[in-house]
Design a protein around this ligand. Structure first.
Ligand code: GRF
Length: 193
């Protein structure tokens, strides 16, 4: 378990697949008194995810599931139920959850996406944004529904693109803003539910 259990804190699981910088940021956020969540569990779809190093170092409970089969999702659902998880935060999670899974957690799965949705859903966002000579991009926290990157938007942050930006520099700029946006969006979302 991570963070102190304030009576009203929401039991949260974070799903990751890679670097886990948003995960780290949410875990740090969850330890604040003012945070509405505490992180009870992290699931990774990738046993080589960089984020796992941080989890090991900080003795945070994590599990690995490749989410390839229905069987995996069922096991995950069982664990989430056992731990009484009320909220799932996807943070760089690269798998697509089934409609069934999403239905079971209806309205209680959030995701962060590195674009100003509804623009640039899906993968390779920064490459496409740069190719199209966009002046702005950004990040979005939204509720997950059965259509990719299409659920209700909770918050967005715009980021200005400079002429010198390439996908790598833009991704860095946006990631920095993601770390501000996700906690803010959680506060907003949970003050309404
Ligand atoms: C972030 O840009 C997130 O928006 C996207 O994947 C990236 C993950 O970064 N879905 P990290 O693993 O949180 O560092």
């Amino acid at each position: 378990m991570v963070g102190s259990i304030g009576i009203s804190k929401i039991k949260t699981a974070i799903f990751i697949s890679g670097n886990g910088s948003n995960m780290k940021n949410l875990i740090k956020f969850s330890k604040l008194k003012t945070s509405p969540i505490y992180v009870d569990l992290v699931l990774s779809s990738n046993k080589k995810a960089n984020g796992i190093r941080y989890l090991k170092k900080n003795k945070i409970v994590y599990k690995i599931f490749n989410f390839k089969k229905k069987k995996d999702e069922n096991k995950v659902l069982k664990i989430l139920k056992k731990k009484k998880i009320n909220l799932i935060c996807l943070a760089g999670f690269m798998k697509i959850l089934s409609k069934d899974f999403i239905k079971k957690f209806n309205g209680k799965i959030l995701n962060i996406h590195p674009s100003l949705l509804p623009k640039y859903k899906g993968l390779n966002t920064h490459e496409r944004v740069i190719m199209n000579n966009e002046k702005f991009s950004g990040c979005t926290v939204h509720i997950v529904n059965s259509k990719l990157d299409s659920g209700k938007i909770i918050l967005q942050k715009e980021v200005r693109i400079s002429k010198k930006d390439n996908p790598k520099t833009l991704s860095k700029k946006i990631l920095k803003q993601e770390h501000v946006l996700y906690p803010k969006a959680l506060k907003k979302f949970l003050s309404k539910t």
